[in-house]
Design a protein around this ligand. Structure first.
Ligand SMILES: Cc1cc2nc3c(=O)[nH]c(=O)nc-3n(C[C@H](O)[C@H](O)[C@H](O)COP(=O)(O)OP(=O)(O)OC[C@H]3O[C@@H](n4cnc5c(N)ncnc54)[C@H](O)[C@@H]3O)c2cc1C
Length: 391
């Protein structure tokens, strides 16, 4: 079994690390203090993304993406995840279902999004529909040759900077006809309801949008009518793996900071790392990161190069998201404890990660929903996805 990175993968990982240290980390305090970036910083960061060829790392080269496989995308996101303020979201990664579009849709939406000329946001969640996506109340009805969409979407991440949405709606209110529509933000009837504040600092916002009788043509149906749940599931799988990657990267940053502090900080005449109560926290952080990272690499390797099927990947991605995000929560919490009072100051990366990593146990399916997916897999197909490795 070959468990080493290839030279090309190692170089990509090192490049992503440099990008994080040189482009993203220097923006952290500005983002924290101003709850976002100034227009000048945002423009410079965008240019840096293009200069480093880090735009659309998840899409095919023929669509203007970088043509990386899932393992390589994970290597990059892991490094970006070290940065706080969700600055990892600056390098745009157009939603993966856009690759299922027609040629015309790719020309209009995906390819400009890959180039950074457009930006998408994915709108599934509603006031009454969260974990249970079948409760979506956004309706699309036939109107002549097109569609009329009516509904309201919550927590639309990067909806403030997006100029089009992937809207998950039910045709005629029927969950069996779940369908994703491509909706330009400037279409009449698209309305910003409000922009709530959240626990974390995030470089972009998560607004609520209403779709008041929004008219679109047949050419705005992504895939087929009724294919919406499958497309949205593809998005979940990719995002869950990338949450795994970023939370592992964030955990490593917390360990780095806590280890450095514990080695330097002296109380009662010795470095606090000498006290087992502190040292054992560091040891637990390291061991838990090792477990999460091993699993992340294994599953992303399987996804990219192991030839596993879609169902198995869906099952494995839930385990990755669950374990990596829960590990990160514990790791960041210990990091705060080790830094003491400084750990509670927003100017410290561990404090920001501690606050910001909380959402990783909620979005893209809560920890409870990941456990449901895993249990479902166990009951349907047995434990193979989790215990039979190598395949
Ligand atoms: C910052 C942020 C950004 C987001 N970005 C987006 C986005 O870009 N696009 C988008 O569409 N959505 C987005 N979301 C929404 C997110 O995916 C949902 O919040 C999440 O799926 C949970 O849904 P909910 O909030 O309605 O909670 P609910 O589904 O109401 O759940 C509440 C609680 O009940 C538990 N629960 C529910 N059902 C079960 C069950 N069957 N068994 C056990 N426990 C259960 C949950 O685990 C949770 O603890 C975002 C959310 C946040 C906070």
């Amino acid at each position: 079994m070959e468990l080493r990175l290839s030279a090309a993968d190692a170089e990509l990982q090192a490049k992503a690390r440099r990008f994080t240290d040189e482009v993203l980390v220097p923006l952290e305090l500005e983002c924290e203090e101003h709850d976002g970036l100034t227009a000048a910083s945002a423009a410079a960061a965008k240019q840096a993304v293009l200069d480093h060829d880090f735009h659309a790392i998840n899409h095919a080269a023929e669509d203007g993406g970088q043509g990386f496989d899932t393992f390589q995308v994970m290597l990059i996101e892991e490094q970006w995840g070290r940065a706080t303020g969700a600055l990892w979201d600056i390098p745009w990664r157009p939603s993966i279902p856009l690759a299922a579009g027609t040629e015309e849709q790719k020309e209009r939406f995906l390819r400009p999004a890959c180039r950074g000329e457009r930006r998408d946001a994915y709108a599934i969640t509603e006031e009454g529909a969260g974990s249970d996506v079948s409760m979506v109340a956004t309706i699309a009805k036939r109107d002549g040759t097109g569609w009329v969409i009516e509904g309201e979407k919550w927590h639309v991440t990067s909806g403030d900077v997006a100029d089009f949405f992937l809207v998950h709606a039910h045709v005629d209110g029927d969950p069996a006809k779940a369908t994703v529509f491509l909706v330009d933000k400037d279409t009449p009837g698209v309305r910003l309801v409000r922009t709530p504040n959240y626990t974390h600092t995030f470089v972009f916002e998560h607004p609520i949008f209403a779709f008041d009788g929004v008219r679109v043509g047949d050419d705005r149906v992504l895939g087929d009518v009724g294919q919406g749940f499958e497309l949205t599931k593809d998005w979940f799988v990719e995002e869950r793996l990338m949450i795994g990657a970023r939370t592992v990267g964030a955990s490593q940053r917390c360990l780095d900071e806590a280890l450095a502090f514990a080695t330097e900080r002296e109380q009662f005449g010795s470095p606090i790392a000498d006290f087992q109560a502190v040292g054992f926290m560091l040891a637990d952080m390291a061991a838990e990161i090792m477990a999460a990272k091993s699993m992340l690499y294994r599953v992303c390797w399987d996804a990219a190069r192991g030839g596993i099927d879609r169902k198995r990947l869906h099952a494995e991605a839930s385990a990755v998201k669950l374990l990596c995000s829960e590990t990160a929560g514990r790791v960041a919490d210990r990091g705060v404890q080790i830094l003491g009072g400084r750990g509670y100051m927003r100017e410290q990366a561990v404090e920001r990660h501690w606050r910001e990593l909380r959402v990783d146990r909620i979005w893209e399916g809560t920890s409870e929903i990941q456990r449901l997916v895993i249990l479902n897999e166990l009951r349907k197909r047995g434990p193979g996805a989790y215990v039979d490795w190598p395949i």
